[in-house]
Ligand binder design. Structure first.
Ligand code: HEC
Ligand code: HEC
Length: 302
């Protein structure tokens, strides 16, 4: 097969001579579109080299790294890298660092921990994450409670707000399924005459304001039936799970209507026990944090 020299690029098909663009000095393709000629510029070498490098890289990568799918598996590459394993290793490392940090709370000296401001600055955010995950659903994000769930961010406690007592409360729960759970049973007084219950409800509703008449028949009923658990004059403080009825820190509300409800049906608020779900160190960490709520509340910074 012979090549017609006039058909080569850059050769004028009519004259057979090579055409060179006078401005750039490049050959032209020889085509002529109404006086416009196309330059016959070569593909840039830089791009060719870059292409060659990328092809070479991909070949090397196929050999060294996991690359080609093979049915259920894949070619693993000579380096044996595995991002999944690397991620697991990194998580294990984080876990072990966290574990080391948490270990200091396994058998803590609470006095020493709370006095150590540098340590507490790390305790608060760590404990807060635990609190938001496990406790906030019932006690509120800031520990402010709600109907049926006691406020934690004050210094009124059913069982005591020091870290040791709080640890115990968290370990065994309240009215929970733990064998050593704390019991807080407000019995129903449905056997009592309704008029007596109403008088009591009125009396109890007035306790927080200090307006209650302590000489009334209701006060006598209260002494006979309620003081064993709620303390003298309803002042609480027995740390038996029965709240003080003289302060404004109420669980269910202390209006006449809600006290009537409490007397008719009783109350058994359930706080789950955490010994199965959290480690001792996590519980201790939470106890330090929750006890601090009350102190912070006094300082006006819940
Ligand atoms: C399912 C709801 C629920 C969850 C979740 C819960 N609590 Fe409670 N918690 C309660 C209830 C209800 C009470 C009050 C029980 C009662 O009525 O006697 C309580 C009581 C307490 C008390 C006793 C307060 C006192 O005055 O002595 C503390 C402390 C406490 N919770 C801390 C926590 C912490 C910390 C968590 C997270 C690990 C948590 N709670 C998770 C419902 C819950
Ligand atoms: C056996 C102990 C016991 C006796 C007796 C008892 N209470 Fe209680 N009471 C409790 C406990 C425990 C609670 C908290 C229940 C809970 O948290 O679920 C409570 C809660 C209450 C509450 C709700 C307080 C709040 O903060 O919302 C009222 C009101 C109340 N009692 C009134 C009375 C009155 C009035 C009497 C007497 C007729 C009485 N109680 C007798 C143990 C007792």
């Amino acid at each position: 097969m012979t090549i017609d020299p006039k058909a080569l690029p850059g050769v004028d098909p009519h004259t057979g001579s090579r055409e060179v663009d006078p401005v750039t000095g490049y050959d032209t393709t020889g085509h002529d579109w109404s006086g416009i000629r196309e330059l016959n510029t070569p593909f840039p070498k830089v791009a060719l080299i870059a292409l060659a490098i990328t092809v070479a890289y991909s070949v090397i990568a196929w050999v060294l790294l996991p690359a080609w799918p093979l049915g259920r598996g894949y070619t693993r590459g000579l380096l044996g890298l595995d991002q999944g394993e690397m991620a697991v290793e990194r998580l294990d490392l984080i876990d072990s660092r966290r574990g080391e940090w948490l270990a200091q709370f396994e058998d803590p000296d609470f006095g020493q921990i709370t006095a150590d401001e540098v340590l507490m600055a790390r305790v608060r955010p760590a404990a807060d994450r635990l609190f938001q995950d496990n406790c906030a659903a019932c006690h509120g994000a800031a520990g402010l409670g709600g109907p049926g769930f006691p406020v934690l961010a004050d210094d009124h406690w059913l069982w005591g707000g020091d870290p040791e007592t709080t640890v115990e409360t968290l370990q065994v729960g309240i009215n929970a399924t733990h064998p050593d759970t704390r019991w807080a049973q407000m019995p129903a007084f449905d056997w009592m005459a309704r008029s007596d219950r109403r008088a009591l409800a009125e009396y109890v509703a007035e306790l927080p304001s200090g307006q209650a008449d302590h000489e009334s028949p209701a006060a006598v009923l209260f002494d006979e039936n309620c003081v064993v658990c709620h303390g003298d004059g309803g002042g609480g403080g027995l740390m038996s799970g029965a709240p003080s009825l003289t302060d404004n820190a109420v669980i269910y509300g202390q209006s006449e209507a809600s006290v009537m409800d409490t007397l008719r049906n009783g109350r058994q608020g359930v706080m789950p026990h955490w010994s199965d779900r959290l480690t001792d160190a996590q519980i201790n960490l939470l106890a330090v944090y929750v006890s601090g709520f009350g102190i912070d509340a006094e300082e006006g910074d819940p």
